[in-house]
Design a binder for this molecule. Structure first.
Ligand code: OSB
Ligand code: MG
Length: 371
């Protein structure tokens, strides 16, 4: 079944986080997010552009994403008869980078297609390998070690299956030692968000003694090659995040043995079609994947749940309950986890949750209708 988008509505929303989130590149207190609604014949599909407020995780940020979506993606997809949502990404493939902005529109088109067909998004994607997805949490850099230990305890008691902690120079080996002393048997991993260089090999080797599940993105965001000698020197598997923007990058990283695991983020790779390709490349190579997060509001969160039902998403992802981030989410019900540390998939058409239109209106600071 084809799609032909008649209208695109862009909305910018502002929502304070329940607790600040700190990575090696900075602290976030409030999220500013661009939502994409695509309309056809009275049916709406929804997408979320997952970039940050600053161009620090990658080159994208909220304001640029708005302009890319409005000025360069929308004109290329509005009114165009497409064979399927999977064909939409190619319409804006001439744009260099800005995959999150492109991916927000692409994801909305997939949601629209699923709703027009009356099927859940996970089914439309070819997922459904599991009825509940295994969940982990990502815990930012804290002001003190006791504060970190307390956070970990809360999440473990909530049932989450693995803990990811952010690290950076000065907040790594000794902090992880404390965590391991307190929690010797939890599934633990560390995410450096590109905070190290090859000059740190000897330092990073000290992390091997903590039997981490993996070390995520230790070296530069755009540097697959340097991860090769680092992976050869480490017993702990490297997981690449920032470096993998396409299935081609995944192929290269795997072929070179730069990593043993890949984190797939829907936005970072430009939407569901490319995310599925990355998944397939990894599956064929026997490389497990998990779904990364970008502090998403409910729509992006629900999309991550759908994506995580593809068969090779065998490791717990960074897809967790809405309430860890939001006092109130823009979807109803909010995303919730079970006592087993899982999220159950839903059978409603599209991404499976309703939009809380009343609250969406309250948090919207700008809106523009195109077409
Ligand atoms: O590297 O995975 C990352 C948040 C913002 C930017 C980058 C990352 C993260 C997270 C949060 O780790 C994951 C989540 O949404 O819970
Ligand atoms: Mg990461």
């Amino acid at each position: 079944m084809g799609i032909q988008i008649e209208q695109i509505v862009l909305r910018e929303i502002r929502m304070p986080l329940v607790h600040f989130f700190e990575t090696s590149f900075g602290r976030t207190y409030e999220r500013v997010i661009v939502l994409v609604e695509v309309r056809q014949g009275g049916v709406s599909g929804w997408g979320e552009i997952t970039c940050g407020e600053n161009p620090f995780y990658n080159e994208e940020w909220t304001d640029a994403a708005w302009m890319i979506a409005r000025d360069f993606v929308a004109p290329r997809v509005l009114g165009v008869a497409l064979e399927s949502a999977a064909a939409l990404g190619a319409r804006s493939a001439h744009i260099r980078g800005h995959r999150m902005a492109r991916g927000g529109v692409e994801a909305a088109a997939w949601d629209l297609e699923a709703r027009l067909a009356g099927v859940p998004l996970w089914k439309q994607l070819g997922g459904g390998a599991r009825r509940e997805i295994p969940c982990g949490v990502s815990i930012g850099i804290q002001d003190s070690v006791p504060q970190l230990l307390k956070k970990i305890e809360t999440e473990v008691n909530d049932g989450y299956q693995r803990i990811k902690m952010k690290i950076k120079p000065g907040w790594d080996v000794e902090v992880i030692r404390e965590v391991r002393r307190e929690f010797p048997s939890i599934k633990l991993m560390a995410d450096a968000n590109s905070a190290y260089t090859l000059a740190d090999i000897e330092h990073l080797k000290r992390l091997d003694e903590f039997y981490l599940m993996m070390i995520e993105q230790p070296l530069a965001h755009d540097e697959i090659i340097d991860h090769v000698p680092l992976q050869a020197a480490l017993q702990t598997p490297i997981c690449l995040d920032e470096c993998i923007r396409s299935a081609h990058h995944a192929e290269q990283a795997i072929r070179m043995r730069a990593c043993g695991i890949i984190n797939i983020k829907l936005g970072r790779v430009g939407g569901f079609t490319e995310a599925k390709r990355v998944h397939d490349v990894c599956q064929a190579a026997g490389v497990p994947v998990w779904c990364g997060g970008m502090l998403e509001a409910g729509i992006g969160r629900a999309h991550n749940v759908a994506l995580s039902t593809l068969p090779n998403f065998v490791l717990p992802g960074d897809v967790s309950a809405s309430k860890r981030y939001w006092k109130r989410d823009i979807i109803a019900p909010a995303v919730e986890t079970t006592a087993r540390g899982t999220i159950e998939i839903r059978d409603e058409a599209g991404f499976g949750y309703g939009i809380d239109h009343q609250f969406l209106k309250e948090v919207t600071v700008r809106e523009e209708t195109l077409g």
